[in-house]
Design a protein around this ligand. Structure first.
Ligand SMILES: N#[N+]C[C@@H]1[C@@H](O)[C@H](O)[C@@H](O)[C@@H]2O[C@H]12
Length: 438
């Protein structure tokens, strides 16, 4: 049985959340609307018709939530700043919003919990969307100004920062498939948005180097283990190409200052415009990559699809999201990232949605304990294989607004009764508490 003491002494275990998914107070104390406030109120966008207006009411209950983190024994807590809460129009300061994050950081530090901040976890100020959002190259300057303000405001106490969470999702789910805010369905826009997201990342890193001399900063990507869904050589080729578009596209430019060759030609024909200095800015050196790992992606050669491939379902046991449970993929991707980029890594998200039910005041999420144990084991295996893995953040601290799925998917180690806002530690939280002292 794996123990906490098997991990390096300074390895951090934490949980992760995001502002729009837990805070609520969507229109309170001067907060401006985000693209997710508008998207979630647009009929037909959220499977359950729900929105993040109240969510977990974390804005008002953060002290209770920090107390629960302490009770579990977490070393660290990864959360995001709501850009429109601190800058309602994307530019001018809302002091009440800033005050909330000062209070949250101070509460964490008072409980010996290390804060890790994500500057952007998808909730773009709607006012900036109206100016073109991620399609407007000026967005990088707005993001740099926001980042600089937050570094100056919290950088004396917060030493670990992530610029963006999953730019692949922000760009391709937000602008190509339309599943996420702002709900566009335009491949060219997705490509442009992805490039502007990475430019914004680079500008924030440049500012960080000037503002927070003793801190570390990185980028968090969703990392998918892409595998062929059948044994045809063409499917192996398809998997390799998809890997370039979903993984390498958001890692290579940040480290090497250039997009993957196999993909750039495809995107240049579909609107990618790289201006002079863009790649130098994007590849401003970072201190780590954040790795959000959930499952693998299976692709097969498919001439009936214009892209030449199709996604297929695997036959491994699945979570409530329909994602295969595939811990080996975590090990494989950690080693791949280490060998290709030679950077320290944090698992900034890993976890599962489960069929969590309250029975006699308890949630027997044995499946989640098993899931976490297996992924912890693979993380330790990666460390023993030479990966400089520095921490592991479980997604998520508590059940929350699961984007287009509303509140129907429960990822938390803490159960949230949304009718009463009561928090109930699931068996996985008690398991984690014991693990953290093992
Ligand atoms: N879906 N899902 C769960 C989880 C989502 O809730 C996070 O906000 C994202 O960063 C990432 O997609 C992973």
């Amino acid at each position: 049985m794996i123990k906490r003491s098997d991990f390096p002494k300074n390895f951090v275990f934490g949980t992760a959340t995001a502002a729009y998914q837990i805070e609520g107070a969507a229109n309170e104390d001067g907060k401006g609307p985000s693209i997710w406030d508008i998207f979630s109120h647009t009929p037909g966008k959220i499977m359950t018709g729900e929105n993040g207006d109240v969510a977990c009411d974390h804005y008002h209950r953060f002290k209770e939530d920090v107390q629960l983190m302490k009770e579990i024994g977490l070393d660290a807590y990864r959360f995001s700043i709501s850009w429109p809460r601190v800058m309602p129009d994307g530019k001018n300061i809302n002091q009440k919003g800033v005050d909330f994050y000062n209070r949250l950081v101070d509460e964490l530090l008072e409980h010996d919990i290390t804060p890790f901040i994500t500057l952007y976890h998808w909730d773009l100020p709607y006012a900036l969307y109206e100016k073109g959002g991620w399609l407007n190259s000026d967005i990088a300057m707005y993001f740099r100004a926001y980042a600089t303000f937050m570094f100056n405001e919290l950088g004396d106490r917060v030493k670990h920062w992530i610029t963006l969470n999953e730019p692949w999702c922000s760009s391709f789910l937000g602008y190509f498939t339309g599943e996420h805010a702002p709900g566009h369905k335009n491949l060219q826009e997705a490509i442009v948005a992805a490039h502007n997201l990475l430019r914004s990342h680079g500008h924030a890193v440049q500012s960080f180097r000037e503002e927070v001399k003793d801190g570390t900063i990185g980028l968090t990507n969703v990392v998918m283990k892409v595998e062929p869904g059948d044994s045809r050589p063409e499917s192996f080729l398809a998997a390799s190409l998809v890997d370039k578009f979903v993984n390498a596209w958001f890692h290579d430019p940040v480290v090497f200052g250039k997009y993957p060759e196999e993909a750039v030609k495809v995107y240049q024909e579909r609107g990618l415009q790289v201006m002079e200095n863009d790649m130098d800015i994007i590849s401003t050196p970072i201190d780590f990559f954040g790795v959000n790992y959930y499952t693998r992606t299976l692709v097969v050669f498919d001439t009936t699809n214009p892209l030449g491939f199709s996604y297929v379902q695997g036959d491994l046991p699945k979570t409530e999201m329909g994602w295969e449970i595939y811990p080996q993929g975590l090990f494989d991707m950690l080693v791949t990232l280490k060998e290709r980029y030679r950077l320290p890594l944090y698992i900034t998200e890993n976890g599962m949605a489960g069929p969590d039910k309250i029975e006699n005041g308890k949630v027997k999420d044995t499946y989640r304990i098993e899931y976490l144990e297996k992924h912890f084991e693979k993380a330790l295996e990666a460390i023993n294989a030479g990966v400089n893995l520095k921490g592991y953040f479980i997604w998520s601290l508590m059940d929350n607004f699961e984007w287009a799925y509303g509140y129907s998917k429960r990822f938390g180690i803490i159960y949230v009764d949304y009718n009463t806002q009561k928090r109930i530690l699931k068996d996985s939280a008690y398991w984690l508490k014991d693990f953290l002292i093992s």
